[in-house]
Design a protein around this ligand. Structure first.
Ligand code: HEC
Ligand code: HEC
Ligand code: HEC
Ligand code: HEC
Ligand code: HEC
Ligand code: HEC
Ligand code: HEC
Ligand code: HEC
Ligand code: HEC
Ligand code: HEC
Length: 461
């Protein structure tokens, strides 16, 4: 039996497709991908742009495959931020008509890649008035919005597409009328021995490094003064793979000369995964060499060009000084205007008072207060304070910093005004906000109107 022309054509098409797919995929997997990159990737992904398979996990499957990749890395954070426009909003048949222009079920409807000419802030590849496509009639239900331009919806202090946890109406109303500076500051205080039953403190006599090895003479005393020795953490806890893991119990575990972040995992899982999820650790997470200032798109100190990013870039290997980690370490690498301006801010003066002991713990503002904030978690029914090690977690859009950082000390109104002011962001918050954001007043006005209408109805007018 002979095949018809059409079946031959289909067979040929399928074979070609398979071949292209296979070739394409092996290109994605190869080590030197630069020549295949179609166009620079966005600011958030430039560090991993040559790790093609981070996003293109398979050559087949098109947008669904990309969607899964996006969700794998960003899904948890969007969920935690109570994404205001999640996919479920658009798989709801009642909203089907809204998808005509923008198929918002897919991330790449707004975040395309390799298209630098289309890409704006936060990897958005839509013109900034795109809310129009779904909210053209907003002024009918919200008279306060009459006459507003659609490119102003997402101005700082108004709305975000995803994270509105510091901007929704009830939140604005609950925190209306707060003073610029709260009477009582509420930065969580980090305590030791809060969650584990620690072993007894170790002394120099307990050191378990093989005697055949030599070391720097500072190491024992640094270790002895650290929280590690105080909590029963010995040299081999970081310097060897767990013997039990390798299944060889009798053998003395091999000494690792320079442990990396994996050696901290068994005890500090949250800190390690936070570090790997942000721009300090994302290259390690993608299986690439560590990030270093030489690869950065930001202004960095020339002398720091080749310092690699690891836990040790802020913490020393044996001397864990949280004060040095919180500002000095950062300024060893970062040299943009905002970072350099910090030293002259009132926040920095407050931090100096805190570390000199003349003010309470948590009353100062270091780089880490804003960028690696302390978070309170629940463990075995108790509050445990942990440092968020993903410095991108609350970075953009700016309102993300409001609730868990600024509002520990400032009222909501002042916070939104200050964060929305580009000059204050650039000079690291020296001076008063230049403009006032109207969101809180608009929410109050709407509440007043609603109450008035209800009263009128009640009195039969
Ligand atoms: C951070 C995620 C990410 C990384 C890393 C990445 N891509 Fe992509 N790529 C995408 C997205 C998203 C699209 C879809 C873009 C669109 O529809 O405009 C895409 C599209 C493509 C396309 C199809 C182009 C088109 O216009 O349809 C090719 C080919 C491609 N990428 C190759 C690569 C190669 C080669 C690498 C590595 C050198 C790479 N990509 C790295 C996210 C990524
Ligand atoms: C391998 C993990 C990974 C994958 C896959 C991935 N991202 Fe990212 N993305 C990151 C990291 C890490 C950052 C930088 C830290 C941050 O901003 O959260 C980032 C940043 C971003 C940003 C913010 C950029 C900025 O400038 O603030 C957007 C938007 C984004 N990703 C969207 C996507 C979309 C859409 C996809 C799917 C096409 C995707 N990402 C796939 C890890 C990933
Ligand atoms: C209809 C457009 C649209 C779609 C669809 C969309 N985004 Fe976004 N995304 C934006 C805009 C606009 C911003 C800028 C910040 C904002 O307004 O929330 C943004 C910002 C982000 C950011 C950085 C800021 C943040 O809040 O973390 C990430 C990460 C991100 N998007 C990931 C995704 C992922 C993952 C998907 C798919 C599940 C997705 N986006 C779908 C429009 C979109
Ligand atoms: C693809 C369609 C689509 C786009 C684009 C879109 N939205 Fe929405 N938005 C919706 C839908 C659907 C709802 C839920 C129903 C409603 O309130 O209209 C919604 C609800 C909202 C709400 C009410 C929030 C809530 O939790 O009830 C706000 C505020 C909002 N959108 C702002 C924006 C802003 C700002 C933009 C642009 C940055 C935007 N939207 C872009 C479809 C969209
Ligand atoms: C909390 C984990 C941890 C503990 C506990 C620890 N170390 Fe280390 N040590 C490290 C790390 C991380 C490095 C790698 C530093 C680097 O990459 O440069 C290191 C490096 C070293 C080096 C190589 C130093 C160099 O500069 O070449 C020696 C020697 C050493 N440690 C000895 C010890 C001894 C002895 C103890 C116990 C008294 C100890 N360490 C306890 C984490 C630890
Ligand atoms: C065997 C468990 C264990 C390992 C492995 C371990 N730590 Fe620790 N670490 C602890 C304990 C216990 C404490 C003190 C109690 C606390 O603060 O919760 C601590 C405290 C710390 C502190 C706070 C110090 C202070 O004075 O506030 C830092 C920073 C730290 N560890 C970093 C690291 C790094 C980086 C690594 C990997 C190179 C590492 N740790 C490996 C158990 C461990
Ligand atoms: C960008 C700098 C930086 C890097 C990189 C860094 N840390 Fe930290 N870390 C800090 C600062 C600053 C503090 C103290 C913050 C405070 O006191 O509020 C801290 C505190 C800690 C603490 C004690 C507080 C807590 O959360 O329990 C541990 C443990 C810790 N770091 C572990 C790690 C590990 C493990 C790594 C590597 C995966 C790492 N750190 C990488 C800056 C950093
Ligand atoms: C060893 C050098 C080094 C140290 C130390 C360091 N950083 Fe970074 N930081 C970098 C590099 C490199 C990047 C990635 C920049 C890029 O991708 O262009 C980065 C990224 C960031 C970002 C994200 C920037 C963005 O636009 O998304 C923030 C915020 C940040 N660092 C703050 C800090 C803070 C706060 C500290 C101290 C607690 C610190 N860094 C310590 C080198 C360092
Ligand atoms: C009072 C809180 C606060 C303090 C203190 C602070 N920052 Fe920031 N930082 C921010 C905010 C808010 C942004 C976001 C700015 C934006 O999006 O325009 C930011 C942005 C950044 C960025 C990204 C800049 C860019 O190019 O987009 C880096 C890097 C950074 N900060 C580092 C530091 C360092 C290093 C220190 C200490 C020397 C520090 N910051 C102190 C709040 C703070
Ligand atoms: C630990 C408490 C604390 C945190 C957290 C904090 N601030 Fe402040 N801030 C203060 C105090 C106290 C002052 C007043 C200092 C003075 O007048 O001497 C201040 C002053 C300011 C000023 C006025 C500075 C001047 O030169 O007059 C601005 C603007 C500001 N903060 C913005 C912010 C923003 C934005 C955030 C969050 C990203 C933030 N602050 C986080 C305590 C804090």
């Amino acid at each position: 039996m002979r095949m018809s022309n059409t079946s031959l054509w289909i067979l040929w098409a399928l074979l070609t497709l398979a071949l292209c797919g296979w070739l394409g995929y092996s290109l994605l997997l190869s080590d030197d991908n630069e020549i295949f990159l179609l166009g620079q990737t966005s600011h958030g992904h430039h560090q991993i742009e040559l790790a093609c398979t981070s996003c293109h996990t398979s050559a087949f499957g098109g947008q669904e495959v990309l969607q899964d990749a996006c969700m794998n890395c960003h899904g948890d954070a969007l969920k935690a931020a109570q994404d205001d426009h999640p996919r479920s909003k658009f798989t709801d048949p009642r909203n089907a008509d809204r998808l005509a222009e923008i198929d918002a079920r897919y991330c790449i409807a707004c975040h395309r890649e390799h298209k630098p000419e289309l890409t704006g802030e936060m990897g958005v590849t839509r013109p900034d008035d795109f809310c129009f496509h779904c909210h053209a009639s907003i002024a009918e239900t919200r008279p306060s919005h009459a006459g507003m331009e659609f490119n102003t919806c997402a101005s700082a202090g108004c709305h975000n597409y995803h994270d509105n946890t510091a901007l929704y109406e009830d939140f604005l109303l609950t925190h209306a009328g707060q003073p610029d500076l709260l009477e009582k500051m509420r930065v969580p205080v980090r305590g030791h021995h809060t969650d584990e039953n620690h072993a007894d403190a170790l002394t120099l006599a307990d050191i378990d490094m093989p005697a055949t090895l030599s070391m720097d003479s500072d190491i024992p005393s640094q270790w002895q003064q650290s929280a590690h020795a105080r909590s029963g953490v010995n040299c081999s806890d970081c310097h060897s793979n767990d013997a039990a893991d390798s299944g060889v119990e009798s053998q003395q575990p091999a000494w690792i000369e320079k442990p990396d972040h994996n050696s901290c995992r068994s005890c500090h899982e949250q800190q390690v995964s936070g570090f790997l999820s942000g721009m300090h650790g994302m290259r390690l997470a993608a299986g690439l060499t560590p990030m270093r200032p030489a690869l950065s798109w930001k202004p960095m100190r020339a002398q720091a060009a080749d310092i690699t990013l690891s836990c040790n870039s802020c913490h020393q290997a044996h001397d864990y000084n949280p004060v040095r980690a919180a500002t000095e370490s950062c300024l060893g690498c970062h040299a943009d205007n905002h970072s350099l301006a910090y030293q002259n801010s009132k926040h920095a003066a407050l931090w100096q008072q805190e570390i000199s002991g003349s003010a309470d713990s948590g009353s100062g503002v270091s780089c880490a207060t804003c960028h690696l904030p302390r978070e309170t978690h629940q463990k075995n029914g108790k509050d445990v304070v942990r440092v968020q090690h993903n410095q991108n977690h609350n970075l953009r859009p700016v309102e993300k910093m409001a609730r868990d950082v600024c509002m520990h000390c400032h009222g909501l109104g002042f916070t939104l005004d200050a964060l929305a002011d580009p000059a204050l962001r650039a000079n690291n918050f020296q001076g008063r906000p230049a403009a006032h954001i109207e969101s809180i007043r608009m929410a109050e006005e709407r509440l007043r109107q609603q109450q008035e209408n209800r009263q009128n109805r009640g009195t039969g007018q």
